[in-house]
Design a protein around this ligand. Structure first.
Ligand SMILES: Cc1ncc(COP(=O)(O)O)c(C=O)c1O
Length: 386
C-alpha cells in the first residue's frame, strides 16, 4: 500500500511542492531562444535578491559539489595559497577540491560538532600573509553546525583575501547577506531549501570576485569556468545546454519564496529548528550542537544510542526518512532535516514518529513529551502561521 510513500525529513533532497513539480512539466523550449533568455533573465533578477548581491549568479547543471568545484577552479590561480576551514564532512570535501588545484593548502580542522573560531582564522592569516582565498561552510550538514560567516568574512576581507562560502544547506533557511557581509562567492544547490529536485548548482559571484575571474588567467576547468558563465549571462544565456526544466522549477520556487517573503521564510526555518530542539530536549536526548548561536536552522543533529535502529523503525513503519551520521558519526546520530517545503505540522509528525521509534527500540522516554514541548514553542512563537 505505502511502498512509494516516504516523508523526507533528511537534509536534502527535500519535498518538492506541487507548484514546482507543475512548473517543471513546461513543454521543452530551445535554450538559444528568446523564451529561454526571458526565463533566465527573470530567474537571475530574483536570484540576486535572495543572494543579496549585485554580482551575478551562474546557473550550472550539476549538484552542489559542482558549484564548489566551479568556485574553486575559477577563483584559485596557479601558485595561490588557500586556507580551507573544515568543521565536518562537507568542509573536508571542500578541502579536497582545493587540494586538486595544487594550491599551497593550509587547513583549519575542527572537532565535529564544533564551529570555526575567528581567532584561529586571524592567527592563520597573520602567519601566512600569502593566503589569497579562504573556503568555509555556512551550515556543516554532517554536524548541524552553523558557522559565523559574517565574522569570518570581515577577517578575510581585512586580510585582502577572497572568501568562498558553501551555503548548500543553509541557503534560504539562514540569513546570508552576501554583499553587505563582504562575501565574495556563495555556492548552493537546488535540492535543499529551494525545494527543487537535485541537479542545479548556483554560484553567486560578487563584483569583486567577478573582476578576479574575468581578469585572471583562464580557469583550470573548461565546463566550470565561471568567466564563461558571466560572459554569457550578459546575453541572458548559458555557455552549455542548461537543465531547462529545473530552471522552470527554480522560477516557481523563487516566486513562492517571494510570496512568503525571504525574512518570513527564515523566521519559519528558525521556528522549525526551535520546535525540533525543544522536542528533542524534552525527550531527554542530547543535541550535538548545544549552543543556539551555532545551531543550524535547517538540520538538527541528535545523539541517539542505536540511531540506525531508530531510523529504521521510523522509515519502515511510519514512512518518515531521517538521515543518519556520516563517517565517524555513523550509527551515533540522527539528522532531522527541516528545510524548504516544511511547516510546523511536519515537525510535530516527525517528533511523534521519533517517540514511537524510541519506545520500540527500548529507550525509556515519556511518550508525548517531545510533541508537547514543540507545540509549546509553536504556540508561543511571534507569528507561527506560515
Ligand atoms: C554543506 C554541503 N555542501 C555540499 C554538499 C554537496 O552537494 P551535492 O551532494 O549536491 O553535490 C552538500 C550536500 O548535502 C552539503 O550539505
Amino acid at each position: 500500500m505505502f511502498s512509494e510513500k516516504t516523508i523526507l525529513r533528511i537534509p536534502g533532497p527535500t519535498p518538492v511542492p506541487p507548484e514546482v513539480t507543475r512548473a517543471m512539466t513546461h513543454p521543452m523550449i530551445g535554450h538559444r531562444s528568446g523564451d529561454f533568455s526571458a526565463l533566465l533573465a527573470e530567474v537571475e533578477a530574483n536570484l540576486r535578491e535572495v543572494f543579496h548581491t549585485s554580482g551575478d549568479i551562474a546557473v550550472i547543471a550539476g549538484t552542489g559539489t559542482a558549484g564548489l568545484e566551479a568556485s574553486v577552479f575559477s577563483m584559485v590561480r596557479q601558485g595561490d595559497a588557500v586556507l580551507a576551514i573544515s568543521t565536518g564532512n562537507f568542509g573536508d570535501r571542500f578541502t579536497e577540491i582545493a587540494r586538486r588545484t595544487n594550491a599551497t593548502l593550509y587547513t583549519l580542522n575542527y572537532e565535529w560538532g564544533q564551529p570555526a573560531k575567528e581567532q584561529d582564522v586571524v592567527q592563520m592569516l597573520k602567519e601566512h600573509p600569502e593566503i589569497e582565498v579562504v573556503l568555509m561552510s555556512h551550515c556543516e550538514t554532517s554536524t548541524g553546525v552553523l558557522n559565523d560567516v559574517q565574522a569570518i568574512a570581515k577577517i578575510t576581507r581585512a586580510h585582502g583575501a577572497y572568501l568562498i562560502v558553501d551555503a548548500v544547506s543553509s541557503f534560504i533557511g539562514s540569513p546570508l547577506l552576501m554583499d553587505e557581509w563582504l562575501v565574495d562567492v556563495v555556492v548552493t544547490g537546488s535540492q535543499k531549501a529551494l525545494a527543487l529536485p537535485p541537479g542545479l548548482a548556483l554560484v553567486a559571484l560578487s563584483k569583486r570576485a567577478l573582476e578576479r575571474v574575468k581578469n585572471g588567467p583562464p580557469a583550470r576547468s573548461f565546463y566550470f569556468d565561471l568567466a564563461r558563465y558571466h560572459k554569457d549571462l550578459g546575453a541572458d544565456t548559458t555557455p552549455w545546454t542548461p537543465p531547462v526544466s529545473l530552471i522552470y522549477g527554480l522560477r516557481a520556487s523563487l516566486a513562492m519564496i517571494k510570496q512568503e517573503g525571504l525574512e518570513q521564510a527564515q523566521a519559519r526555518h528558525r521556528l522549525l529548528r526551535d520546535m525540533t530542539r525543544a522536542g528533542v530536549r524534552a525527550l531527554g536526548l542530547k543535541l550535538m550542537v548545544e549552543d543556539e548561536k551555532y545551531a543550524s536552522h535547517t538540520v538538527t543533529t541528535v545523539l541517539v544510542s542505536d540511531a540506525d535502529a531508530v531510523r529504521k523503525v521510523m522509515k519502515n513503519d511510519l514512512h518518515i526518512a531521517v538521515a543518519g551520521g556520516q563517517k565517524q558519526l555513523s550509527g551515533k546520530i540522527i539528522r532531522i532535516g527541516h528545510m524548504g517545503y516544511v511547516d510546523a505540522s511536519d515537525i510535530l509528525q516527525c517528533l511523534a514518529a521519533l517517540e514511537i521509534a524510541l519506545v520500540q527500540t527500548g529507550h525509556e522516554i515519556k511518550l508525548g513529551a517531545g510533541v508537547s514541548a514543540a507545540a509549546e514553542v509553536y504556540l508561543h512563537a511571534e507569528n507561527p502561521r506560515y
